[in-house]
Write a protein that binds this ligand. Structure first.
Ligand SMILES: NC(=O)c1ccc[n+]([C@@H]2O[C@H](COP(=O)([O-])OP(=O)(O)OC[C@H]3O[C@@H](n4cnc5c(N)ncnc54)[C@H](O)[C@@H]3O)[C@@H](O)[C@H]2O)c1
Length: 341
């Protein structure tokens, strides 16, 4: 897989020579159509696109069918390349559609959210939600190339930026103290190209070591055991929270669990808790009962009947996997963050 970084204009120039005489076909998210003109200007009339509705509720088979129809209608064949312009939602479904259409055609990603730049565009996971189960159907397929431009972030709402930033914090705690220090010392006005490149290097290294998530790739689940429970609970209550905001809370709570398990020093735990609260507290405006979080964690497919499996930090810059902790202990630790009133 190749990667390019630059302004939107530079990337499109690069893309033109990359595609050669092949058809230009694009799938985009409705909120990224302000960038359509850049593509139209670069490719003139020889350009076909499909605009998809945004939102996680559209990450479904119906949207995938629309993409397959669009590819068939335009007689797309195995020599053509599908361009995908959007965040993780459109990225995941259009990659899946491309990976399965005529047994697979090439696709190129233009990630437009910070989360898709630092996370979903790396690692080759494609898929969609099925029967209310998140990412229930999917494949592992790597894009032919990813074109990154932080210019796309100029139109992204602040809470979406922070949702992506949580994954950068996660990466920095897993294995990148330098980026941690940069984040801690930067109040606002982040250098997104630097953050995308550092996340890209880290995640692609971990994915290359363990592409199918049998062992070390599980490090990337740090913050997600608790974070997913928070996200799922709020979704069922129809008061959804952005993925990364739930993960930011998960990072704090799982760092506390690591401290209680004597894996992480109290000093490092407090440093993580303070830093994440400084940056994310304004988004933590949800209240969840202990019993609800615990119930969701018990049903997570990664867990056995008596224990919950975590990936936990031992210091800022190292995370270890497969930490099985009894449900009783987890319930006790979580009392610091959730009550039953
Ligand atoms: N494949 C993977 O490895 C992986 C990893 C993490 C997350 N994901 C998936 O990614 C999805 C979340 O991704 P996301 O956070 O990018 O959400 P998203 O794609 O839903 O985008 C968030 C919102 O921002 C809008 N948007 C996108 N780009 C914009 C721009 N430049 N300007 C203005 N608005 C813009 C979208 O329309 C949407 O409303 C989830 O479906 C999740 O399952 C996949």
């Amino acid at each position: 897989m190749e990667t390019y970084f630059g302004t939107i204009k530079e990337l499109l120039e690069q893309l033109k020579s990359y595609l050669g005489s092949n058809k230009t076909i694009l799938v985009l998210d409705e909120n990224t159509d302000c960038y359509l003109k850049d593509f139209q200007d670069a490719f003139g009339g020889d350009f076909t696109f499909l605009k998809l509705k945004s939102g996680e509720e559209n990450k479904n088979l119906n949207s995938i069918s629309k993409i397959w129809d669009f590819l068939n209608t335009n007689n797309i064949n195995r020599n053509d390349t599908l361009l995908i312009l959007g965040g993780g939602m459109v990225g995941d479904i259009a990659s899946f559609a491309a990976a399965t259409y005529k047994r697979g055609i090439d696709f190129i990603l233009f990630p437009t959210t910070l989360l898709s730049m630092v996370d979903s565009s790396i690692g080759g996971k494609t898929g969609f939600n099925f029967n209310h189960l998140k990412n229930n159907i999917g494949t592992f397929n790597t894009p032919k190339a990813v074109f990154y431009s932080s210019e796309f972030l100029k139109t992204l709402p602040e809470n979406e930026i922070y949702s992506g930033l949580a994954e950068v914090y996660k990466h920095s705690i897993i294995e990148d103290k330098e980026t941690w220090n940069y984040l801690k010392n930067t109040a606002s006005g982040f250098n997104y190209e630097y953050l995308t490149k550092s996340s890209f290097l880290l995640k692609s290294k971990i994915v290359a070591e363990d592409p199918l998530e049998k062992s070390s790739r599980k490090k990337l689940n740090f913050g997600h055991t608790v974070g997913h429970a928070i996200e799922s609970y709020l979704l069922t209550k129809k008061t959804p929270v952005l993925h990364g905001i739930a993960i930011a809370k998960g990072i704090i709570i799982e760092s506390y669990i690591a401290y209680k398990q004597k894996l992480l020093s109290e000093k490092d735990f407090k440093t993580i808790e303070t830093e994440i609260n400084i940056k994310f507290k304004k988004f933590f405006n949800f209240k969840i009962k202990l019993i609800d979080v615990l119930n969701l964690m018990k049903f997570d497919k990664k867990n056995t009947s008596n224990t919950i499996n975590f990936s936990l930090p031992t210091t800022i810059g190292n995370v270890i996997v497969n930490q099985e902790i009894s449900q009783e202990k987890v319930a006790d630790y979580l009392k610091r963050y959730f009550s039953n009133d």
